[in-house]
Design a binder for this molecule. Structure first.
Ligand code: F6R
Length: 259
């Protein structure tokens, strides 16, 4: 079962996860991090800014989860640009070592296989940050995605395009297709850290953590992984049946175990 940590707010979640990431970087300056975009991981990146001042991050490596297909590379909401703006530049990472799936149409047929090879060549992802969509997607693995899937092109659901329209001028500008790490790819990371905040995520979180393991709710794939931390605020935890047990477990967790 995933470890569920219920925190008072997004900033506390960011601090908790950032502390874990700093420990990893300190232990291995070439650590491979799995990066997510969207609003959810921003408190983690924010907390890392203060914590990484003075830490040598020049050899840290990273792989983002996904990218829109065919988006203008100069578009501020292309995930390549989001990762550069929110992660690479503020944290002082080496842009050559931080990878985002290539959504360019000219090379899209082999972009998924190329990305899988690059992750494997780096030795795999140590800690993968995940958000979750209101329809239960992780990465952009929409309902129905195979648990064995690798990085490939997917069609975004109308719900996801609607949810992401806030980053664009209108829903018509939200691309129809994306390239995303598969559920199989995500499950190969050695530690999954899924974050969620707000009431709107409560149903997806409950389904992912406690619901049946089903491709209809791709986030439920986390139940197949041996090391998962789900870090949520009270609102996102509000539909969890065993919330009291998760609180009790966290309060009584031996300090040496970390996240
Ligand atoms: C982003 C990603 C998506 C988001 C999800 C939630 O790289 O893979 O799964 O994590 O759509 O988005 P936010 O965080 O904006 O609610």
């Amino acid at each position: 079962m995933a470890e569920v940590v219920i925190v008072p707010d997004a900033a506390s979640a960011g601090a908790l996860v950032a502390d874990e990431i700093v420990s990893l970087i300190t232990a291995d300056p070439e650590v491979v991090l799995g990066l997510a975009t969207g609003s959810t991981p921003l408190p983690v990146y924010q907390a890392l800014r203060e914590r990484l001042a003075g830490v040598d991050v020049s050899r840290v490596r990273g792989f983002a989860l996904d990218e829109y297909v065919g988006i203008d590379p100069g578009h501020p909401e292309s995930y390549r640009n989001v990762i550069r703006r929110e992660v690479v530049e503020p944290l002082g990472l080496d842009p050559e070592r931080i990878h985002v799936p290539n959504g360019a149409l000219a090379t899209i047929e082999h972009a998924g296989a190329d990305y899988e090879r690059a992750i494997a060549a780096a030795g795999g992802v140590e800690l993968q940050i995940l958000g979750i969509g209101t329809d239960g997607h992780i990465g952009f693995n929409e309902p129905g995605s195979s648990f064995a899937s690798a990085t490939r092109v997917k069609t975004l659901t109308e719900q996801t395009r609607h949810d992401n329209a806030r980053f664009f001028d209108s829903i018509d500008q939200v691309p129809m297709h994306c390239i995303t790490q598969g559920l199989g790819t995500i499950l190969r990371a050695r530690h999954l850290v899924l974050l969620a905040f707000g009431e709107g995520k409560a149903e997806a979180v409950a389904g992912a953590v406690e619901g049946p393991v089903t491709a209809s709710l791709p986030g439920s794939a986390i139940q197949l992984h041996p090391r998962v931390s789900v870090v949520v605020d009270e609102a996102a935890a509000s539909r969890l049946r065993f919330a009291d047990y998760y609180r009790y477990t966290w309060e009584n967790k031996p300090a040496w175990q970390g996240l």
